[in-house]
Design a protein around this ligand. Structure first.
Ligand code: ADP
Length: 426
């Protein structure tokens, strides 16, 4: 029998056996059969014409078809299929043709299939290499970004550390000049100046330590009962003078959930919320308003800190929570905790997020955009779980008696008479 006639005889059993052996599931089998049928036709053309180029388009499609999952797992499915196809073709030819016809057919089909296998392997390799270089490119971009962040941080940190240092140097040299003829009032003034510089230095260094604790998962929480309203009023008190200086108003709206006793690290939560409020003051011009509000959600209390400041552009809204996520140029930074736009090293919000996440909470921001003229403002949303039981059994023993139901309606106002004794060092 001529090779072409043998190919016609084998077509149906070949298709059936290969789909049965290599495609699982009805849906896969339907698509697979179409592909097989196309392949078989091209194989016939190749054998009739003796030109393997007929197979190239389908082999190209197959070799370039791996999915992301195939690529990640180095799963060479098509070359596996072709490999098996060679063995199955031999067995189908043996079952459906005479030994002579089978031999005659296989003598032309096997080289065509072997050629297909080598082409597909090459395409698969090329696709995988492209995939790996893309992945490498992504890693490189990430490393470059981290490196830029690091150098940016070094320049901001150096700038931040230099300002208080210059202050300390200035006051110290003025004191040295007056040491032979000291005036107590003047000396006290100078010493105050030195002190302010030292405090600023401490603040920056503390922030750096906190970032490294958070990065290394070493932040330890000293959990105790607390009331959000209490925390907010402490913060309001801390900023009283600043708010007067900046002619700003800080309004705390009593909201459902603010009287609820929750468990958390008072000092750390104070620090977290304090950072957000300090930023609201910093990025709002004089005469602006900061409003703290919130609501009770299932399992969470949400606190919102809304300002009437410069706002944040949408593309920066997630970046600001990253380390060194301060926007704008380091060398243009003015130092100062609450001065208008007085940027810090860009660690505040990343520490805030770290603290809130350690409590099982989170933070995000909403703002229409950045505009120093129109002042669209920003609203920071802080989410804290309303855990009614401390995780530590010793805590349960000590504080279990203060526990309140999660529903605010049933909240005992007397609970507030037992505020935590451990106050943050404001
Ligand atoms: P920084 O030390 O620079 O204040 P933060 O981590 O506290 O660092 O904040 C990161 C950046 O987010 C700030 O540099 C500022 O650009 C932006 N930002 C934070 N809070 C506000 C806000 N309330 N309004 C506008 N921009 C803000």
């Amino acid at each position: 029998m001529a090779v072409q006639a043998s190919l016609r005889v084998l077509r149906t059993p070949w298709m059936e056996r290969i789909s049965r052996e290599l495609a699982s599931g009805e849906n896969v089998r339907a698509g697979f059969s179409e592909q097989l049928s196309r392949f078989y036709e091209l194989l016939e053309q190749t054998i009739v014409t003796g030109d393997t180029a007929w197979l190239d388009p389908i082999l190209y499609d197959w070799g370039r078809s791996p999915t992301e999952t195939n690529l990640e797992h180095a799963d060479y499915y098509v070359s596996f299929v072709l490999n098996r196809m060679i063995n199955l073709t031999i067995s189908v030819a043996r079952d459906y043709l005479s030994p002579e016809d089978a031999l005659e057919l296989l003598a032309v089909v096997i080289p065509a299939l072997a050629h297909s296998l080598s082409v597909v392997v090459r395409y698969e390799m090329e696709t995988r290499v492209t995939h790996i270089s893309n992945e490498l490119g992504k890693v490189q971009d990430k490393l470059k970004f981290l490196d830029r962040n690091k150098s940016n941080f070094i320049s901001v940190a150096a700038h931040e550390l230099k300002t208080p240092l210059t202050l300390i140097e200035g006051y110290a040299s003025m004191m040295a000049d007056r040491v032979t003829n000291p005036d107590p009032a003047l000396m006290k003034n100078y010493l105050n100046g030195v002190n302010t510089g030292i405090q600023r230095l401490r603040h920056i260094i503390d922030d750096m330590i906190d970032v490294s604790l958070i990065d290394n998962d070493l932040l330890t929480l000293h959990v105790q009962p607390l009331w959000i309203s209490h925390l907010l009023h402490l913060i309001q008190n801390e900023f009283k003078r600043t708010l007067e200086e900046r002619k700003q108003t800080l309004e705390i709206v009593p909201f459902e959930g603010n009287d609820l006793m929750i468990y958390g690290d008072v000092e750390r939560l104070y620090q977290a919320v304090n950072n957000v409020v300090a930023n609201a003051i910093k990025y709002t011009p004089d005469n602006g308003t900061i409003t703290i509000n919130g609501r009770l959600l299932p399992g969470f209390v949400e606190v919102t800190v809304k300002d009437t400041g410069i706002g944040i552009s949408p593309e920066n809204q997630s970046l600001i929570f990253d380390k060194f996520g301060q926007l704008g140029r380091a060398d243009l930074h003015s130092s100062g905790k609450t001065k208008f736009k007085g940027g810090g090293p860009g660690l505040g919000l990343s520490i805030t997020r770290g603290i809130l996440e350690a409590h099982g909470g989170t933070i995000w921001v909403e703002s229409e955009g950045y505009d120093e003229a129109k002042l669209p403002g920003s609203t920071f949303h802080i989410l804290l779980p309303t855990r009614t039981e401390p995780t530590d059994p010793v805590m349960t023993k000590f504080f279990g008696q203060f526990e309140q139901p999660a529903e605010p309606k049933e909240t005992e106002p007397s609970g507030k008479e037992n505020p935590p004794t451990h106050h943050p060092a404001a």
